[in-house]
Design a protein around this ligand. Sequence first.
Ligand code: C5P
Length: 300
Amino acid sequence: MNSVTVRVPAKVNLQLAVGPLRDDGYHDLVNVFHAVSLFDEVTAAAETGMSVRVEGESADQVPEDDDNLAIRAAVALARHAGRSYGVSLAIRKAIPVAGGMAGGSADAAAALVACNELWGLGLPLEDLMEIAADLGSDVPFALLGGTAVGTGRGERLTPLEAAGPFHWVFALADGGLSTAKVYAECDRIRAEEGLPVAEPRAAGALLAALRDGDAKALGAELTNDLQRAALRLRPSLAATLEAGRGHGALGALVSGSGPTCAFLAASAAHAGELAGALRGAGVAREVLTAHGPVPGPAVV
Ligand code: C5P
């Protein structure tokens, strides 16, 4: 086999409950991940060394060296297999970069799947999941897809029943937000308030809405503990969220650490109307529609 191409979806967080800061610098989470139909494509081709090229949406903001999460994934997989494999990775991006939609994690997950195939390793998902958890908190979910709740750092996953399809509109912002900085801002806000931080818990009503495919109920239950921090770092997002609510979104929230804003619509037609209204309001760099849940990475 000379090359393998894997298509991998973005995610939005339906509930992101952030617990107190842990001694290791991470936070315990309850993180309800939902994979949506916005895809990156990663092609792995046989080569002696390791290299990566990135094209598409904001490609100039993605490193093309050893810092690239997809290359780190390939290196980690070769190390796991105990062999000095090489690969040339080509990433075609559609998922916004540093946008709170786990684009980098998706590329890492796709690289694991593609290299596992290219190198004929035949490792089971379980092994890839372990490597994924070392690469980043969101990489295990990017391997899984669908809808799942993540605990611990977000890497301990339980798949959830979700009826769907749910129809989404995503408002992309100029520039990204650093996940670490948004978590740090969240800690700062909490320190200023001086209130105790509760252990994160999954919202029963949200899980029921997912199970029933009830978009209206789901819209009312969307929550993100990082949202206030993202809004403090990027105050213009308040107007974006307000515009979506004003145009009839069933729910509106910052996706993960932002700055992408996610809006739940009642139907595909409603998502199209809402997207048009948001474009007209001039509150986003670009507006996209998608549906979820969708399956995880797949060889194409
Ligand atoms: O795991 P990952 O490298 O994606 O995390 C990026 C940053 O996000 C971490 O360095 C940490 O600052 C923050 N984070 C956190 N708690 C989590 C996940 C991420 O504080 N559960």
